[in-house]
Write a protein that binds this ligand. Structure first.
Ligand code: B1M
Length: 238
């Protein structure tokens, strides 16, 4: 890869700050191999997997999102950026997941019908696993039947839904309403997330909480499970 002056850039020779900026550029350009090399370099330099994820990859993807919105980048380029991001996440995943923490709860998570964005959902899954949750990821473009089947099969504590499009986020209400109709809504904690959502929307669709990012998802999940267990044990007098 060449820098602005046409000189070849040697990633291992860059200072941390320069390397992170270079990673933002490489993500933008969809350079998977360079992202892989840089992620490994930062880890070797003692960066935590979480910092590599948030400061280098998520921030890089945020910049991609701005230029996608403004019509500077198009779908094929954004797909390449997403693939480069996934290559980085592939390295970080086992590191974020391997905490040896006891299982604190179970979550079924998926992106809703009509929506194929999965990077944020995958990140939430990784962070939840890292915090000791068992995660059943049902993937993208899920109709309500998929959520119901996964709930029945896995009996999770939490049902998580992701949506990145203003056109697909209303589908979350279809899932919650169907759970209400089937009389199972209150058996589960429902958490929702995705860039276009907010707290008012979550309340409106009948979810228990909106999670701004993966770290908030973990904290919210832990807190709500603890509350639920406390009130269950008070009810049974244990
Ligand atoms: Co899409 N796209 N895209 N896209 N895309 C957005 C979402 C958009 C905002 C871009 C823009 O205009 N700025 C825009 C939506 C506009 C709107 O609805 N108002 C948009 C559009 C329009 C589209 C298409 C319609 C484009 C087209 O075809 N003309 C199309 C739709 C396809 C479909 O789904 N049916 C489309 C396609 C794509 C690609 C396939 C090219 C690719 C997706 C690849 C993939 O995911 N495998 C893509 C991408 C990459 C993006 C952007 C650039 C980046 C999304 C991302 O990965 N962010 C995005 C712009 C943006 O969001 N700024 C954009 C990084 C990720 C870490 O953040 O997903 O927000 P995020 O997840 C966070 C939190 O939101 C939260 O935690 C995560 C981690 O911290 N969170 C949860 C997310 N889910 C959660 C679930 C939880 C809890 C927290 O459950 C408990």
């Amino acid at each position: 890869m060449a820098g602005d002056d046409g000189e070849d850039i040697v990633l291992s020779e860059l200072e941390d700050d320069e390397l992170v900026l270079q990673m933002h550029d490489d993500l933008y350009d969809g350079l998977k191999d360079e992202i892989t090399e840089s992620v490994n370099l930062l880890l070797e330099r003692g960066w935590t997997p979480y910092d590599v994820l948030t400061k280098a990859l998520v921030e890089g993807m945020r910049i991609v999102g701005i230029d996608f919105r403004d019509g500077i980048l198009f779908v094929p380029e954004v797909l390449m950026a997403a693939n480069a991001m996934k290559a980085g996440m592939f390295i970080l995943r086992p590191l974020l997941v391997e905490t040896g923490a006891p299982r604190v709860g179970k979550m079924v998570i998926g992106t809703v019908k009509g929506d194929i964005h999965d990077i944020g959902k995958n990140l939430v899954s990784m962070m939840m696993e890292g915090a000791g949750f068992e995660v059943i990821d049902i993937g993208i473009n899920n109709p309500v039947e998929n959520y119901l089947a996964a709930i029945e099969e896995h009996q999770p504590d939490i049902v998580g839904m992701s949506a990145l499009l203003t056109t697909t986020m209303p589908y979350m209400k279809v899932v919650v309403d169907t759970m209400v109709e089937k009389g199972i809504r209150d058996d589960y904690i429902v958490l929702v997330g995705g860039a276009p959502l907010n707290e008012a929307f979550a309340e409106n669709v009948g979810a228990d909480a909106y999670c701004r990012d993966a770290a908030v998802a973990v904290e919210t999940a832990k807190q709500m499970i603890a509350e639920r267990r406390r009130s269950n044990s008070q009810a049974t007098g244990d």
